[in-house]
Ligand binder design. Structure first.
Ligand SMILES: NC(=O)c1ccc[n+]([C@@H]2O[C@H](COP(=O)([O-])OP(=O)(O)OC[C@H]3O[C@@H](n4cnc5c(N)ncnc54)[C@H](OP(=O)(O)O)[C@@H]3O)[C@@H](O)[C@H]2O)c1
Length: 329
């Protein structure tokens, strides 16, 4: 029975849904985060939700934190709020992940200021955005924001990640945590990502696309880029996770009020619990390379399609081609 559950995508998805929707109480908590003095850490999407809670916990444990966000005044007010709560002052990391030029500028500005990066939380994301919404460069907004820009960011910041791994007194690898979702299992596409629908064009415009499928592709993509980058960046540990089903602003685009009300009352957990799994992957002393975290701070199994060598190869080649003008030569 267990073999059947684990070998088939949909049953495996249902099995994952159960364990990830109703997790046991956490046995690893914020209090278990080690001291992070001298660690410089970037959290994307730290202007709200899980990202803000992640940044707060990192500050409490003495990390030098960069608050990633696309809105300058929102970032500044989060820095003030977290300073009042923790006594520590974070720094801004202004980046619009729906624009590769902005990612490029943010990465280069950071590299100009800092030589080392101990951890990068690729946390920012959008869900169920209107299908008509495209990024600045004409890609599906969910795929560019959630996947492509994080791949670009982790690649451009590699010199600082690598430098941390080679020179830190803790003798550990730099970490990159990619925030995925259990939604990676809840759409039916045999290979995991329909590349034809990721870019504006005739095929995309003439196809009846479901925004939840596009979100699913992006969340499969988060785990696959973690695999790809683990191979490319030997000195850096990449991992990915499902943070839980949480009360955050992520639901802003959902147009099914009944769903929202249902989830809110029965299933959604407080956002602060959602930061635990990624904090675990990004800070725990033992190496977390290649792990897939599930709530709360447990080791889980990613959707079977994420480990398909063809999908890993196809996404890597597709990203290298589409990002050719932005990736280092
Ligand atoms: N909440 C859940 O139930 C749940 C479940 C599974 C996975 N996740 C994942 O958890 C991650 C965090 O989501 P959340 O629940 O904390 O939602 P959230 O409160 O909406 O936070 C998302 C963050 O991403 C930022 N962001 C969105 N588009 C951006 C862009 N173009 N450039 C830069 N930043 C951008 C947002 O910034 P603004 O404030 O400027 O919009 C915000 O800070 C996402 O990757 C999401 O897919 C969440």
């Amino acid at each position: 029975m267990l073999d059947w559950i684990l070998s088939s995508t949909l049953p495996r998805g249902l099995f994952n849904l159960y364990t990830q929707t109703f997790p046991p109480s956490p046995t690893w908590t914020d209090a278990d985060i080690p001291d992070l003095t001298d660690k410089t850490i970037i959290v994307t999407g730290a202007s709200s939700g899980i990202g803000k809670d992640t940044a707060r916990a990192l500050l409490h444990h003495n990390a030098d934190v960069y608050i990633g966000g696309r809105n300058k005044s929102k970032i500044e007010s989060v820095i003030d709020e977290l300073r009042n709560e923790t006594g520590k002052t974070a720094q801004p990391f202004l980046v619009d992940l729906s624009d590769f030029d902005s990612v490029n500028n943010a990465a280069h500005e950071f590299l100009h200021k800092e030589t080392q990066l101990a951890a990068l939380f690729c946390n920012a994301g959008i869900m169920a955005a209107p299908v008509e919404l495209l990024s600045k460069q004409g890609y599906d907004i969910q795929f560019q924001t959630n996947v492509m820009s994080h791949y670009l960011l982790a690649t451009l910041l590699h010199p600082a990640l690598d430098n941390y791994s080679k020179n830190n007194y803790r003798n550990e690898k730099a970490r990159v945590v990619h925030t995925s979702s259990a939604m990676q299992s809840f759409f039916i596409h045999e290979t995991g990502i329909d590349f034809h629908l990721l870019k504006d064009g005739h095929l995309r415009r003439s196809t009846n696309i479901n925004t939840w499928d596009l979100y699913g592709y992006s969340k499969i993509g988060n785990t696959v880029i973690s695999n790809i980058l683990n191979k490319q960046q030997v000195n850096v540990s990449h991992s990915s996770c499902h943070p839980g089903i949480l009360q955050t602003e992520l639901w802003r685009h959902t147009r099914i009020p009944g769903w929202k009300a249902f989830f809110s009352s029965f299933i959604l957990y407080p956002s602060s619990l959602g930061s635990l799994t990624q904090l675990y992957l990004g800070t725990v002393e033992k190496d977390t390379e290649g792990l897939y975290g599930i709530p709360w701070a447990r080791h889980g199994i990613a959707d079977k399609r994420t480990s398909d060598p063809s999908l890993n190869k196809d996404l890597e080649e597709w990203l290298q081609t589409e990002l050719a003008g932005y990736l280092p030569q």
